[in-house]
Design a protein around this ligand. Structure first.
Ligand code: HXC
Length: 258
């Protein structure tokens, strides 16, 4: 597999995918998002891959959708192509754990892409924003919806209506980011978190992820029922037996992913 706009490195069972259009601050061109979607299909199908870390470079995770490509599109162009659904949204349906490791700008579609990951680890240099309003449009890949669910209406309105950027400290305080680390430790920290997840039971991790995501899609009562059914399902796995037996035998569990 070789891509024009992405780099793939395997670290054990963790796929480190780097957005790689540094000359345009990793602006998310249709070619880049199509490549990412295709790569995610491969990573999801490959049993040797346990988790994904998605990153950019020191200056930018991604500065948004590619404005140069978009600027002359007509209403019919974007409507007929249903810009942006399939390729961008692929990340939000990726079933394995995904971590965004963000340094520098995560703006517009870049912030939206980071929010499609399961959680965001940010370098102290990270800057988040939904500046679409400043170029005459609005977020189009879930920004108004995910940001509002993650940080609440007041801050989401502030970000979306003014287009201002939020620094990494503010993003951590308001819950957009799960961990904040010095820039030179970003990739190590994200890989360590992903490697830890990769040591655990893959099917149970998928259930945990599905259950947390359900919190955004349903009522509390339905979500709790959904969680209970998946909790029950873990008892059908060999890994639950291994995990609980290992606890009493005072040893590290060895999960078989069954
Ligand atoms: C295309 C971009 C780009 C973008 C930067 N570049 N962002 N190209 N699309 N989104 C290009 C610049 O044109 C420039 O190319 C090079 O990257 C470096 O950028 P500079 O602006 O010179 O860098 P700097 O002065 O450091 O400013 C950084 C910045 C600024 C503050 C991040 O680049 C910026 O405001 N970018 C746009 C951010 C934005 O509006 N994003 C939302 C896009 S809309 P040259 O050739 O001149 O060197 C969106 C909608 C998503 O995301 C909806 C779903 C599809």
């Amino acid at each position: 597999m070789s891509y024009n706009n992405l780099l793939l490195e395997m670290h054990g069972k963790v796929a480190l995918v780097t957005l790689n259009r540094p000359q345009a601050l990793n602006a998310l061109s249709p070619e880049l998002t199509a490549e990412l979607s295709e790569l995610l299909d491969h990573l999801e199908a490959d049993d040797s891959v346990a988790a994904l870390v998605l990153t950019g470079n020191e200056k930018a995770f991604a500065a948004g959708a590619d404005i140069k490509v978009m600027k002359d599109w007509s209403y019919m162009d974007v409507y007929k192509a249903d810009f942006i659904t399939a390729t961008w949204e692929r990340l939000s349906t990726f079933r394995k754990p995904s971590i965004a490791a963000v340094a520098g700008y995560a703006l517009g579609g870049g912030c939206e892409l980071a929010m499609m990951c399961d959680f965001i680890i940010a370098a102290d240099s990270a800057k988040f924003g939904q500046p679409e309003i400043t170029i005459g449009t609005i977020p189009g890949a879930g920004g108004t919806q995910r940001l509002t669910r993650f940080i609440g209406k007041a801050k989401a309105m502030d970000m979306v209506l003014t287009g201002r950027m939020m620094d990494a400290q503010e993003a951590e305080r308001c819950g957009l980011v799960s961990r904040l680390v010095p820039a030179d430790q970003l990739i190590d920290e994200a890989l360590k978190a992903a490697e830890r997840i990769g040591e655990l039971s893959a099917p149970v991790i998928m259930m945990a992820k599905e259950s947390v995501n359900r919190a955004f899609e349903t009522t509390l009562a339905e979500g709790i029922r959904f969680e209970r059914r998946l909790f029950h399902s873990t008892f059908a796995t060999e890994d639950q037996k291994e995990g609980m037996n290992a606890f009493f035998e005072k040893r590290k569990p060895v999960f078989k992913n069954r």
